[in-house]
Design a protein around this ligand. Structure first.
Ligand code: NAP
Length: 281
């Protein structure tokens, strides 16, 4: 599994991690076994949020990582409606309890809401000073939002920006990835398989993926993850509540595509023109 620096945190984090949206709807023992198998295989970045199953996903993770906390780069998110100064602190404490841990490796604002960003950031900084979180970041921020956050927080305080990024939604390549790379902020690609819209094997793009995959004895999804993480700042967090899926995703973590292969995927799934606003789920 390739690991790389996670923004300014000084931590080396697995390029492919594990998402947990809708985990509470999966068969619980299977979901726990999948997370543990993923950890065994080096997918040590686990992403969750208080929103997922109203805390249900965090509880499953708490059970899965019991006794293995130190292996994990654990990330959760505060909902925008809770992201006042006091609300952020309270939400963090609830998440820590459900996750059965004393700290988060990174804590994110899930998306921008009506609470002033300065309040949320002040709470993040307090939590960081107290050791309840080791770093903080944002999610669904476009370049203008990032400018604002950097003006409030100063340089080197934003660990990551978690954003929608998959083969048929490459909008962040226009401004968000360049901003993050210029400022040393990690980019975390959510829904890297398009949530549930991965290109089928009979589509023209699917055939390109299959062809490249065959040359490496890999799968189309593994090629997709390698393509997304070709940028030095990008991490991906596919969700798999299924052990075989987890194993497949983990095995993408050592795949490097050639410049020619990257060009073929790029041509098959063009990034398109820059749109107004950031795409999000
Ligand atoms: P995704 O990871 O793009 O796709 C998940 C779907 O792909 C599931 O149906 C999963 O099935 C399937 N899958 C995974 N690995 C597979 C494999 N190897 N072969 C076949 N199918 C496979 O979608 P996502 O859950 O939307 O995004 C990933 C994570 O990003 C989320 O779980 C969440 O942690 C985060 N996220 C963040 C935001 C945000 O606003 N910050 C928004 C959306 C998502 P099984 O479960 O059956 O394995």
């Amino acid at each position: 599994m390739i690991r790389r620096q996670f923004g300014p945190t000084g931590r080396d984090v697995a390029v492919v991690g594990m998402g947990t949206w809708y985990f509470e709807q999966a068969d619980r023992p299977t979901a726990i076994a999948a997370l543990r198998r993923g950890l065994d295989l080096g997918m040590t970045h686990i992403d969750t949020a208080e929103m997922y199953g109203s805390g249900g996903a965090e509880e499953i993770i708490g059970e899965a990582i019991a006794g293995r906390r130190d292996e994990v780069f654990l990330v959760s998110k505060v909902l925008p409606q809770n992201a006042s100064r006091a609300g952020t602190r309270a939400a963090c404490e609830r998440s820590l309890k459900r996750l059965r841990t004393d700290r988060l490796d990174c804590y994110l604002l899930h998306w921008r809401g009506s609470h002033p960003l300065a309040e949320t950031i002040a709470a993040f900084e307090e939590l960081r000073r107290e050791g309840r979180i080791l770093s903080w970041g944002v999610s669904n921020f476009d370049a203008a939002d990032l400018d604002e956050a950097a003006r409030i927080a100063g340089d080197d305080h934003i660990a990551c920006n978690q954003v929608l990024y998959h083969l048929t939604e490459r909008g962040i390549e226009h401004a968000v990835i360049p901003w993050c790379e210029q400022h040393g902020v990690a980019v975390v690609a959510y829904s890297p398989f398009g949530h549930s819209r991965f290109p089928g094997p009979q589509t023209p793009g699917g055939r390109v993926l299959a062809d490249i995959a065959a040359a490496h004895r890999k799968t189309a999804r593994q090629v997709a993850l390698a393509f997304l993480s070709r940028h030095p700042s990008v991490f991906a967090i596919p969700k798999a509540a299924n052990i075989a899926h987890c194993e497949e995703n983990a095995a993408s973590g050592d795949l490097l595509l050639s410049a020619d292969e990257i060009g073929r995927v790029d041509a098959a799934f063009p990034r398109g023109r820059r749109q107004n606003g950031l795409p999000m789920l």
